[in-house]
Design a binder for this molecule. Structure first.
Ligand SMILES: N[C@@H](CCC(=O)N[C@@H](CS)C(=O)NCC(=O)O)C(=O)O
Length: 336
C-alpha cells in the first residue's frame, strides 16, 4: 500500500521518464491486488474487511492520478474497479470518502506549490575575472544570495554562447536567467534587483532617489571609464592628462558622496556597486600611473574601503595583486 501511495504521488508530482515509470508501477500494483482479489466480491471474501478498508481510501484519488498522469486505470483493472464500485455502495464507505472532484482541486493546488518550489532557477554569468563590469553583476547576485554558475570567458576567443547571448556588443558580463540573456552590467544589476525584489534592495524605492542613483551611474560610466582606461594603456603626456581627468571626476563623485558612508546612504546600493568595479582597479591604476588617490579624495577612499570589505565584494573580487599583475601585463602589450 505504501508503494501504491508513492507511485500515486508521482503521477502528479513528476514528469517524463519518472512519470512513465510511476504509471507503469502503479498499474502493476493494482493488477497484483486484482489477482489477489480473484473472483471474490471483497478482499475479505464475502465480507468487507481489513484490506478493503485500507485500499478503498485510494479510490477517490484515482481521478486525480488519471488526470494529472494522463492515463486510465479501468481498461487494465476492470475487476478491481468493479470491486471499488461495490464498496462505494456501502453507506459507511460512501459517507467517508472525499468527493473526487475536491481531491482533483486539492492536488491541483499541491501541484502548483510543488512546481514553483522545485522549478530550478538557472542563473549563469558569462564573465571575465578582472572585469570591473563583470564584478558588478557578481556582487549584485551575492548581495541577493542568488546561486549562480560562473563561466569564465576567454575574450580573445569568445565562446559561441557569448556571441549568441550578446550579439550586439559581444561583451561580458551577460546574465543568462532561465535561458534568457541580459546584457550591460548596470542593466544586469537592475534586473537582478527587480527579479529578486524580496530581499536586500539595491535601488532605492523612492522614484526621485532612483532617478538620482541612475544619474550618477550614468555619470560614472560616461566620465570615469575613459581616463581610467588611459591610465594603464598610455604613457607620457596622455597618461598625465588622463590622471588629472580621473581625479577631477572622482572629486565630483566625492562631493556627491558627502559624509554618507555609501552613495546609497547607510546602505550599499546601486551607485556603490557601479563604483566598486572601479575601486577594484584603484590599486592597479595607482601603480600603473604612479600616483595616489587617497590624498586627493580621502572620503571617497574611506567609502571604497568600506565597500571592498563587504562579504559580497570580497567573494566576488580576485586578489588585488593579481589585478595589478594583469594590468601591467596588458599595459606591456599596449604601450611599453
Ligand atoms: N558597458 C559594458 C562594458 C562591458 C565591457 O567592456 N566588457 C569587456 C570586459 S571588461 C569585454 O567584454 N570586452 C570584450 C570586447 O570588447 O571585445 C557593461 O557595462 O557591461
Amino acid at each position: 500500500m505504501l508503494l501504491l501511495f508513492v507511485c500515486g504521488r508521482k503521477t502528479w508530482a513528476t514528469k517524463g521518464e519518472e512519470l512513465e515509470e510511476a504509471k507503469k508501477e502503479f498499474i502493476e500494483i493494482l493488477k497484483t491486488l486484482q489477482s489477489e482479489l480473484g473472483d471474490k466480491p471483497y478482499f475479505g471474501g464475502d465480507r468487507f474487511g481489513f484490506v478493503d478498508i485500507v485500499l478503498i481510501g485510494f479510490y477517490s484519488w484515482f481521478p486525480a492520478y488519471q488526470r494529472f498522469g494522463n492515463f486510465s486505470i479501468e481498461p487494465e483493472c476492470s475487476k478491481l474497479m468493479d470491486w471499488a464500485k461495490r464498496c462505494m455502495e456501502r453507506e459507511s464507505v460512501a459517507m467517508s470518502l472525499p468527493d473526487p472532484d475536491k481531491v482533483v482541486g486539492y492536488v491541483l493546488q499541491l501541484k502548483k506549490l510543488y512546481d514553483s518550489a522545485t522549478m530550478a532557477e538557472e542563473v549563469i554569468l558569462l564573465d571575465f575575472w578582472p572585469s570591473p563590469f563583470g564584478v558588478r553583476a557578481r556582487i549584485a547576485l551575492r548581495e541577493k544570495g542568488v546561486e549562480f554558475e560562473y563561466r569564465e570567458e576567454n575574450l580573445r576567443d569568445k565562446s559561441p554562447l557569448l556571441l549568441q547571448m550578446n550579439p550586439v556588443h559581444k561583451k561580458i558580463p551577460v546574465l543568462i536567467h532561465n535561458g534568457k540573456p541580459v546584457c550591460e552590467s548596470m542593466n544586469v544589476v537592475q534586473y537582478i534587483d527587480e527579479v529578486w525584489s524580496d530581499r536586500n534592495p539595491i535601488l532605492p524605492s523612492d522614484p526621485y532617489q532612483r532617478a538620482q542613483a541612475r544619474f550618477w551611474v550614468d555619470f560614472i560610466d560616461t566620465k570615469l571609464y575613459e581616463p581610467a582606461d588611459k591610465i594603464w594603456s598610455t604613457k607620457g603626456e596622455e597618461q598625465e592628462t588622463a590622471k588629472k581627468k580621473y581625479i577631477e571626476v572622482l572629486k565630483v563623485l566625492e562631493s556627491e558622496l558627502g559624509d554618507k558612508p555609501y552613495f546609497g546612504g547607510d546602505n550599499f546600493g546601486y551607485v556603490d556597486i557601479a563604483m566598486t568595479g572601479y575601486y577594484s582597479w584603484f590599486e592597479a591604476s595607482e601603480k600603473c600611473g604612479n600616483f595616489s588617490i587617497e590624498p586627493e579624495c580621502p572620503t571617497l577612499m574611506a567609502s571604497a574601503r568600506r565597500c571592498l570589505q563587504r562579504e559580497s565584494v570580497v567573494n566576488s573580487l580576485g586578489d588585488s595583486e593579481e589585478i595589478v599583475a594583469f594590468a601591467f601585463k596588458i599595459r606591456k602589450i599596449y604601450c611599453v
